[in-house]
Design a protein around this ligand. Structure first.
Ligand SMILES: [Zn+2]
Length: 405
């Protein structure tokens, strides 16, 4: 079985986030893990016996969570001074603005004397500050062949606010409620996966000066994230009224949010509060109308749906592609909708470069099958009319970044 394209690095046997999918791929030589979320480390376990590359924090998390053997870890970190050379390929890691330890991998593959650049974003949230990253600027300047992109929210309907707006909303909601002493004690509940949303926890801790309760296992896990301030903000003492709870503790989020009021009541009663104020923070919380929405039940409390996302919004995806201007984008999430998603990037990729390379191949003696593959890519990129939004974002972005070019 070949390595699926969206997990591959062309010209190598590298596999990114494909432990289960590629464990038995003959071509697979080296494995990379972008971050410690289950859908990316799937297949890793205490039985895994091949070395793999990841950040130091991600390594600590998977060793603790999955029992992965420590001696298999090979570290590549965003603050490494030099790239790591793996099988002759230069590899760098840069921050993905996702969960602690999450990185994007930048590969420089030398083939026939030519350097070919590939970016695997892993899960990521684009942030304009990334334009200041030296390695990324180099990948923009020197041309990137393929941007393997986290397309979780690659649909124009996903236009949630930036992370700061969501954090401010959560903090203000808590501050306002704390001032209102007439309503008795509130229990604030934050649902999250095993890691993620740490910036919200920290902001709440800073604003209130209070510690956040989490079960011992979660405290131990979060303590490996390398955020000292967060480690100091956590407690295993449930008497604080700020509680971290597992995802789904106050309701299901998929396919739309459905509150679980009996769980809310159980939390309220167990911790002696007059009401529960819960925060469900995810890009899926955005309902297309109100940026922030709530569900309330008299006597129990309120659940706030906060579109705080650690994945790029649709507009941010366009901005990232416009910034890198790769020859091609390969979606890594919702891959069955690849053709539909690629239309959004029309005008943002470097089609002329891809086309030049394609035409050059006619005289370069490439295999017919390779030419066919390349042709397909050009045709997809050349379809017009449906990428107008992308082109608009590109021109706006480029206007705003003259100094960074
Ligand atoms: Zn993730």
């Amino acid at each position: 079985m070949p390595i699926p394209r969206h997990k591959s690095v062309p010209g190598t046997g590298f596999v990114v986030d494909g432990f289960r999918a590629c464990a038995s791929c003959k071509e697979a030589t080296t494995f990379f893990l972008t971050h410690a979320h289950g859908d990316h480390y799937d297949g890793l376990s205490e039985r895994w016996d091949r070395p793999f590359y990841c950040s130091t924090i991600t390594g600590q998390l998977v060793v603790r969570k999955l029992g992965v053997k420590h001696e298999l870890l090979r570290h590549i970190d965003p603050d490494d001074e030099d790239p790591v050379t793996v099988d002759g390929v230069r590899v760098r890691a840069i921050c993905a603005n996702h969960c602690p330890g999450a990185v994007q991998f930048l590969f420089e593959v030398v083939e026939s004397g030519e350097t070919r650049r590939y970016i695997h974003s892993g899960d990521m949230r684009w942030n304009k500050s990334m334009m200041e990253n030296e390695a990324l600027r180099c990948f923009r300047k020197e041309k990137t062949r393929i941007l393997f992109l986290d397309t979780t929210y690659c649909n124009p309907k996903h236009k949630f606010p930036d992370q700061t707006a969501s954090i401010d909303y959560v903090v203000k909601t808590i501050e306002d409620r704390e001032r209102d002493t007439s309503r008795g004690r509130a229990l604030y509940v934050f649902t999250s996966y095993n890691i993620g949303k740490e910036r919200i926890f920290l902001a709440v801790h800073r604003a209130t000066g209070k510690k956040l309760y989490a079960p011992p296992d979660k405290v131990a896990h979060l303590s490996l994230c390398g955020i000292d301030e967060l480690t100091g903000a956590l407690t295993e003492d449930p008497r604080t009224n700020l509680h971290l709870a597992k995802w789904g503790a106050v309701g299901e989020t998929w396919p739309y949010f459905q509150p679980n009021w009996s769980n809310v009541e159980e939390l309220r009663a167990r911790h002696g509060a007059e009401e529960v104020i819960a925060f469900v923070c995810t890009g899926w919380a955005y309902d297309g109308k109100a940026e922030f929405s709530t569900r309330s039940r008299a006597g129990l409390g309120t659940i706030h749906l906060v579109p705080y996302s650690e994945h790029s919004s649709f507009t941010e995806l366009l901005e990232y592609v416009a910034y890198i201007k790769p020859e091609e984008v390969v979606p890594t999430v919702n891959v069955k909708d690849t053709q539909k998603m690629l239309k959004h990037f029309t005008g943002l990729t470097d089609e002329s470069s891809a086309k030049r390379r394609f035409l050059a191949q006619f005289s370069g003696g490439k295999l017919a099958s390779e030419r066919k593959k390349q042709k397909k890519g050009v045709e997809v990129g050349a379809k017009g009319g449906e990428g107008l939004e992308g082109a608009k974002v590109a021109s706006e972005l480029l206007e705003g970044q003259q100094e960074l070019m």
